[in-house]
Design a binder for this molecule. Structure first.
Ligand code: HEM
Length: 462
């Protein structure tokens, strides 16, 4: 089997580069080897090979290959914290079953049920802002997306259990920021429980406390079942597979944690980037406001979903610095051909979201933030893929897009904000994701006057 060419520097050095400067590492691999190249990777103790593809035809072939031949999950090393019944860890029939059970609650039309909740949470978090005091936008968006998941997905209501889950999960998720935690994730040999004083031991104890509370919530919800509830846990409890079987408590627990981990930081980071670009390029903010002001105050949240310029801004935000630079790594299970290469079982084939989004032929001036490109042409799912694709495409895609737009609309129409710093913000690694280097420091200049909307709308239409 002749594999595509790739860098020859020592394996460990490439790993260090990929952890510390992922975009620089990928850019130089692309410049040297083009849109298909072979890179080394480590999974647990094994050294394996990954073929990275940023060619839309090749990506289309990957996304449409039968998961029996090429898929992630299943034989992947255990993902810490998510659990063995997590959608991300499953493959084959079990993955298909969970996707079927979980897809209806995430259908685009269902999002309507969460519109008011998202707006209320956004207003509650932003009411804590202080005029003229710089703050980290990512901390605010993280607080919003976290509460949205606890309330819309877990269906938790304010009270002692909510507060305790909030506290423990915040501790769990905050730790993910550190470079030390990134090392713990990348080097499984560091994952040893030497009691509550060791970093891994502390994490494990926290996990056990969280689980106790989640199982208590599931039990209570089953005992006092209320069919009128619209939160995702309630919908998951009522879902039945083709054999008429419901999800077990362990499956529910693992999927709740999966949705929290997959959905909270991704959305929060995307929002922080969107605020950065909107304020870094004032003409973008003006155009967004023009669109929002036409709707007035009492808009239907679904109308926000359809605004073309806001949609283009969100798309461009996820294009220029995709939160996940690669989706899940797909392992070849039986021999197959892609882009003229023959691949045997065991090789990983990975579409590269970041490099595809930076192809000059698809996105001229790729390093420039230009929402207009999404108004001028449509991109296929293998040309634009911030949510991955195929059988693994992000389950929360509609939810994330809806939340992004609604949070942006709520904040931008009510607040005058500015960037606290004029220097450009750079993307840096945070665990598996890419995030703005300083969390996007902003300042609140004041409340946006109610009548400004009317004035702006009438002057722009004059
Ligand atoms: C802007 C925000 C988000 C981005 C950029 C994002 C991106 C992604 C990506 C790239 C994948 C991997 C897809 C693949 O391998 O092909 C993924 C998977 C997934 N995402 Fe998201 N995501 C976001 C928000 C959410 C939200 C809000 C939820 C749920 C509440 C969610 C739940 C999931 C789940 C469950 C999977 C695993 C799907 C599977 O294995 O079948 N994501 N996401």
């Amino acid at each position: 089997m002749k594999l595509p060419d790739g860098p020859k520097t020592p394996h460990w050095l490439q790993k260090v580069q990929y952890i510390t400067d992922p975009l620089g590492y990928l850019d130089s691999a692309y410049q040297r080897y083009g849109d298909i190249c072979t890179l080394p990777m480590t999974r647990g103790k094994d050294k394996e090979l990954m073929v990275l593809i940023s060619n839309p035809q090749g990506i289309q072939e990957i996304f449409s290959t039968d998961p029996e031949k090429l898929d992630s999950g299943g034989d992947a090393p255990k993902l810490p914290f998510l659990g063995e019944q997590s959608l991300i860890a499953l493959s084959g029939e079990r993955h298909k079953r969970h996707r079927k059970l979980l897809t209806p609650p995430f259908h685009g039309e269902r999002m309507q049920a969460y519109g008011q909740l998202i707006r209320d949470i956004t207003e509650q978090v932003t009411s804590q802002w202080t005029i003229d005091k710089p703050f980290s936008m990512r901390s605010s968006t993280q607080r919003i997306s976290f509460q949205v998941i606890l309330k819309a997905v877990f269906g938790l209501e304010d009270g002692p259990r909510y507060q305790e889950i909030d506290r423990l999960l915040t501790m769990k998720l905050e730790g993910r920021k550190s470079i030390f935690r990134a090392l713990l994730l990348f080097f499984p040999m560091l994952q040893k429980d030497w009691g509550p004083l060791s970093p891994w031991g502390r994490l494990m104890q926290n996990e056990r406390n969280i689980d106790k509370l989640i199982y208590a919530e599931i039990a209570e919800r089953r005992d006092n079942f209320d069919p009128s509830r619209t939160d995702i846990l309630s919908l998951m409890i009522t879902a039945r597979d083709e054999q008429g079987q419901p999800m077990t408590d362990v499956e529910l627990r693992d999927e709740l944690i999966t949705l929290l981990v997959a959905g909270h930081e991704t959305t929060a980071t995307s929002l922080a980037w969107a605020f950065y670009w909107i304020h870094h390029q004032p003409e973008v903010r003006e155009k967004v406001l023009q669109e929002l002001d036409v709707l007035g105050d009492n808009y239907d949240p679904m109308e926000i979903f359809k605004l073309p310029y806001l949609d283009a801004v969100c798309k461009e935000t996820l294009r220029i610095y995709p939160i996940a630079i690669v989706p899940f790594q797909r392992r070849v299970k039986s021999p197959l051909q892609i882009m003229g290469y023959q691949f045997e079982a065991g090789i990983f084939l990975v579409p590269c979201i970041y490099l595809t989004h930076h192809r000059q032929d698809l996105y001229p001036e790729p390093k420039q933030f230009k929402p207009e490109r999404f108004l001028e042409r449509q991109f296929s799912p293998s040309e634009y893929l911030p949510f991955g694709g195929g059988n693994r495409r992000c389950l929360g895609m509609a939810f994330a897009q809806f939340e992004m737009k609604l949070v942006l609309a709520t904040i931008l129409s009510q607040w005058e904000l500015g960037l606290a710093d004029s220097k450009p913000v750079k993307p840096v690694r945070r665990g598996f994701l890419m995030a703005p280097s300083d969390g996007v420091r902003m300042v609140v200049k004041g409340k946006r006057p109610q009548n400004q909307r009317v004035l702006e709308t009438s002057s722009s239409s004059a």
